[in-house]
Design a protein around this ligand. Structure first.
Ligand code: MN
Length: 276
């Protein structure tokens, strides 16, 4: 496994994503040999489209699948999972804003924990296209399988797999992406994550302009800007608290003439749009 593809796609001077430490990868590969529990995560990623990146640690990297609809707890619901390039181990706890370039958008750590192979040889199972495993995350638990599909999906690419929950105590018909939509790291939503970073970033150029993702960005950016502009001391959720002193927050705190009008407008807005 290697991270060349991952690195090729990104400019680490512009992107806050980790580039991947080779020594750490080797050490983790050694420590997780066999069927020991190892790291897994799911990152909810709003980019050109909303999707969930499902990542399993194996051999020093995070094997990665993009799951457009996210995992489902109902064994009858098979979710398309497109295999993408391996990611560095350090990526597994990343949450934040990718301002531009590949994957530009917002990444939320939606679930994390450990996974344990239900097979003796993970490499052989991957090659065969049938990997059974147990998850122990905050949201996802119990037995699952990733099965490679042949020809039926996405133009028959060998990168298409299905993520399926096995029938056990952790299966059910709760829509988990809807039921538990927030971050397991910051407890926030996309707007909180953006507000804690730089909500001004996409004022002129958004990662997605049309469709569902475009509409989501629009709403999220607006909410993040509101949170960011809230007067200091007013409870504005994690985003406002974590704000790193950018123009919006400063303006609300210190300015003179503009302050009154701005604050009044904000107060009205805040009453009419309660946080969810
Ligand atoms: Mn992604």
């Amino acid at each position: 496994m290697a991270l060349e593809k991952y690195r090729e796609k990104r400019n680490f001077k512009e992107s806050p994503e980790p580039s991947g430490d080779t020594k750490l990868a080797a050490e983790r590969a050694r420590k997780t040999k066999g069927v020991k529990p190892r790291f897994f995560c799911v990152q909810k990623h709003l980019a050109s489209h909303l999707h969930y990146d499902f990542r399993l640690e194996h051999d020093g990297v995070l094997l990665s699948w993009a799951v457009p609809k996210g995992p489902a707890l109902d064994p009858a619901t098979k979710r398309l999972a497109m295999m993408v390039e391996d990611h560095p181990i350090e990526y597994g706890t990343f949450e934040g804003v990718i301002p531009s370039g590949y994957g530009a958008g917002i990444v939320m750590l939606w679930d994390a924990g450990t996974w344990t192979p239900e097979v003796d040889d993970v490499a052989a199972a991957l090659k065969k296209g049938d990997l059974k495993f147990t998850l122990n995350g905050y949201k996802l638990k119990g037995s699952w399988v990733l099965v490679r599909t042949k020809g039926k999906w996405a133009g028959g690419s060998d990168r298409s797999w299905l993520l399926i929950k096995h029938r056990d105590d952790w299966a059910g018909d709760v829509d988990i992406t809807d039921f538990a939509p927030l971050s397991v790291k910051s407890k926030g939503d996309f707007a909180d994550i953006l507000a804690a970073d730089n909500p001004d970033i996409w004022i002129s150029h958004r990662p997605a302009s049309g469709g569902e993702a475009g509409a989501m960005f629009e709403k999220i950016i607006r909410r993040a800007l509101e949170m960011r502009a809230a007067p200091v001391g007013e409870k504005g959720g994690t985003g406002a608290k974590g704000a790193k002193g950018a123009t919006g927050a400063k303006g609300a705190k210190g300015a003179t003439g503009a302050r009154g009008a701005g604050a009044k407008k904000k107060a009205t807005k805040r009453r009419t749009s309660p946080r969810v």
